[in-house]
Design a protein around this ligand. Structure first.
Ligand code: GAL
Length: 311
């Protein structure tokens, strides 16, 4: 698959899984993301079409499993087509055999700033909408905002939301409860006044790495990575890990998720096309990690297991 371009599914249609994530469950990869298969309006808004799912055994051939979380078109619902549903992340809950989808839920002006929750019994859905969460409902006057968000799950099942908050000026890490559809109230604010979004968190050899973009909407900017010894620990922003042509603009992409193929980590990027969001492309780029040093080199292609992983 040629990085930076639109990719096709096994029916030769453009893959609609923007701002997405990949879940590996029982040797099948599931790619969830925003379905933007509609006309983008002049102000860069694409009506909410729901969240798609694609399945694959090799990360190269993707079968369309359809729209697994549909917009709710009755009664001026917050999940209606006038709303925003972005960056869906799906994790599996071993305790009750449920698949939980969490995503950035908003209204057209990005002032609602909450987290949508949905639950399914199978990875291909259908996901049932379970309502919204504020990051901190105790916080006056109306809860704490969250916009771009990510979900990180530890091996022991503990899961966290990582979100841009305080009008994108800081990043907040919040522990989810056992159901993954509620919060425990434990939270930590990091990267204060750093204006980061599009966060992605991974763990490698006892260290946590967080990738993020700056805040320029659909337009590309420089990625930064941060490092910590604990999820809710002391985080330090380090530098731009990208290398190669256009590294300052993250190769004209923005981080969405990371996944592991064998031992190798890959970062998923969206290459947004603000005037026609449905045609936004993707990249899966290898992440080289050597203790505190991280490099994300531009590679022309993602070849799944056949690739040399750019190394
Ligand atoms: C970006 C964000 C996207 C989308 C976009 C809208 O900064 O990462 O997910 O919200 O802004 O302009």
């Amino acid at each position: 698959m040629k990085n930076g371009t639109c990719w096709l599914d096994t029916d030769s249609n453009q893959i609609q899984a923007h701002g997405g994530c990949i879940l590996n469950y029982k040797d099948v990869y599931y790619w969830y993301g925003e379905n933007k298969d509609t006309d983008t309006m002049e102000d860069g808004f694409a009506p909410f079409m729901g969240m798609s799912c694609y399945s694959s055994a090799d990360l190269l051939n993707w079968k369309n499993e359809g729209i697994v979380l549909k917009p709710i078109l009755t009664g001026n619902h917050e999940l209606g087509s006038d709303g925003i549903g972005e960056r869906p992340k799906v994790i599996y809950n071993k305790k009750n055999n449920e698949f939980v989808m969490l995503f950035h839920l908003d209204n057209k002006s990005y002032r609602y700033a909450r987290i949508g929750t949905a639950v399914a019994k199978t990875p291909t859905g259908p996901f049932e909408y379970r309502g919204n969460l504020w990051l901190d409902s105790e916080c006056s006057p109306c809860g704490r905002d969250s916009r771009d968000m990510y979900v990180y799950q530890e091996e022991d099942g503990t899961a966290y939301i990582i979100a841009s908050s305080d009008f994108n000026s800081s990043t907040v890490i919040c522990k989810l409860d056992d159901s993954y559809t509620g919060l425990t109230g434990e939270m930590k604010t990091i990267f204060v006044e750093q204006y980061r979004e599009a966060q992605v968190l991974i763990k490698e050899k006892g260290r946590y790495y967080m990738f993020s973009s700056g805040c320029t909407g659909w337009l590309p900017n420089s990625m930064l990575y941060g490092i910590s010894r604990q999820v809710m620990g002391t985080w330090r922003l380090v530098d731009n890990p990208c290398s190669g042509a256009n590294y300052r603009q993250t190769f004209f992409g923005q981080s969405a998720n990371a996944f592991q193929l064998k031992e190798q980590w890959y970062l998923m990027l969206d290459h947004w096309k603000p005037e026609d969001l449905r045609s936004s492309g993707y990249s899966f780029l290898p992440i080289r990690i050597d203790a505190e040093y991280v490099e994300i080199p531009w590679t022309e292609e993602f070849n799944g297991e056949r690739g040399n992983h750019g190394l």
